[in-house]
Design a protein around this ligand. Sequence first.
Ligand code: MG
Length: 168
Amino acid sequence: MLIYPDFYCNNVRDVKLEFLRENNIKGIILDVDNTLIDYYRNFENGTVEWVNDLKNAGIKFCIVSNSNKLDKVEYVAEVLDIPFFHFAKKPFKSGFLKAQKLMGLEAKNIAAIGDQLMTDVIGSNRCNMFSILVKPIAEKDIFITKIKRPIENKIMERYFRKIKKEKV
Ligand SMILES: [Mg+2]
């Protein structure tokens, strides 16, 4: 299903090197808002180290953000020292494909991590990348996200019921 993530976890730091290797992931596309930083542009503890450790293990990174706030996305990219594309219009493919080209990897070897089904997960699935949904850092979302959240929660409830059934 286009709307379901391939993997779901609490935060980016739960995406471990071992897991990436098991799934043949060599590059990671990161969302910014509520995936890496909160509304006040704060990183959660350990996020910068998580990126650095994976970088040292050879994992490539690129930010693909829908935000049109260049200074914010640039700030996050600078802190993490990774390239970025902003105003990406996810779930359209273009931002993901630009990042893919930059990383020089095949889609199947790329994981895209984000906190939203409608943009991050659908966009990543459309590009045949490995989609990872994380819990949003903060609930204080920008207005448009607020409208989408209840719908996303409904879909996720259905998703969890589905995996539960499959596991039985
Ligand atoms: Mg986000």
